[in-house]
Design a protein. Structure first.
Length: 326
């Protein structure tokens, strides 16, 4: 499913010092007025004022560790070096990590401390550095990467985001990020506005996915471990509210029918979902299987699915390595 790749070095290793410094300069320039994400809230974050996302100047992280619950080529055998950032530019009422994204659990770290965390994860044997919800800290991450590169950081970088991204910001990341792992949450804007506070989500997500695919192409691996490319996640919602068929049609027609897509069944009504009757339950088995059929009908058969047993438990399940039998 994943193309093999003769892999020699990460993009960070290959980029020149001056080019990286210019990218850092550009990214910090987007902090005042802040326009890192499509909201372009205009806050002067260089003065440590809080944006719509509630982030200020210094990065905040909630935790970091070797994560074994990601997709097989991301977690591999030794885990993905995952750094969970606090805050988010989306307001998903069903967010399973709401204590981080909405309540701001975590603590500030300096740029140098963030660099040291990356190096520590590499030292633990992690296959990659996995930035979770990184958009609002793009500038600070780049600055930390420059410091970590000087001390030998040499494993692939994963940009694990919500799909609501600015193409301007993504272009700055071109030549730095090896693997993009975005969500594609909604195929229509109405539910995106209601449940995530993003009335233009579908358009922005399409633009962002086109740009990410342009930069890194399809998912490639060496020895079963991802080293570059795009991996898309889609969470099936109750009552077909994610418009999954539209998401899959876009991926197959405008990106590639060979795109690696993880169709997730692990939704449960977390955070504020109990205030909305239509999402205050698990997806039904037939709703999930309908999504799998929609992916197949669109021409997608590469990626991962989850067993219907996932629908009854609030944890990350084991992945099934193919959509072909769906």
């Amino acid at each position: 499913m994943i193309k093999s790749n003769k892999y020699k070095m990460t993009k960070l290793q290959g980029i020149g010092k001056k080019e990286l410094e210019e990218k850092i300069r550009q990214a910090y320039g987007l902090l005042s007025p802040c326009r890192l994400c499509p909201r372009a809230c205009g806050t002067d974050r260089l003065k440590n004022k809080k944006g719509y996302c509630k982030a200020g100047l210094l990065p905040e992280i909630a935790s970091y560790h070797a994560h074994h619950g990601e997709e097989p080529p991301i977690s591999g055998f030794k885990g993905s070096g995952t750094i969970f950032f606090s805050h988010c530019s989306l307001r998903c009422v069903f967010c399973q990590n709401y204590s981080l994204s909405q309540l701001g659990e975590g603590a500030e770290v300096t740029i140098q401390e963030l660099a040291e965390i990356m190096l520590k994860l590499q030292g633990m044997g992690c296959h990659n550095i996995n930035f979770v919800t990184p958009t609002h800290y793009t500038a600070q991450i780049l600055a930390a990467l420059a410091a970590a590169k000087d001390k030998g950081l040499g494993i692939p970088l994963v940009y694990n985001c919500g799909g609501y991204e600015s193409v301007e910001t993504l272009k700055i990341l071109d030549g730095v990020i090896d693997i993009y792992m975005p969500d594609f949450k909604y195929g229509d804007n109405a539910p995106a506005k209601k449940y995530s506070g993003a009335e233009d989500y579908a358009e922005r997500a399409k633009e962002a996915h086109r740009e990410m695919y342009k930069q890194v192409g399809g998912l490639k691996a060496e020895g079963g471990i991802a080293v570059s490319g795009l991996l898309i996640r889609h969470l099936v919602l109750p009552n077909r509210l994610a418009s999954s068929e539209k998401v899959f049609e876009f991926i197959a027609k405008e990106l590639s029918p060979d795109m690696a897509v993880n169709i997730m069944a692990q939704y449960y009504p977390a955070h504020l979902a109990n205030k909305y009757d239509e999402i205050n339950r698990l997806p039904a088995v037939n709703e999930y299987t309908e999504a799998l059929r929609a992916a197949k009908s669109a021409g997608l058969n590469q990626g991962w699915r989850q067993t219907t047993g996932t629908l009854a438990r609030e944890k990350i399940p084991e992945w099934k390595d193919s959509l072909k039998d769906s």
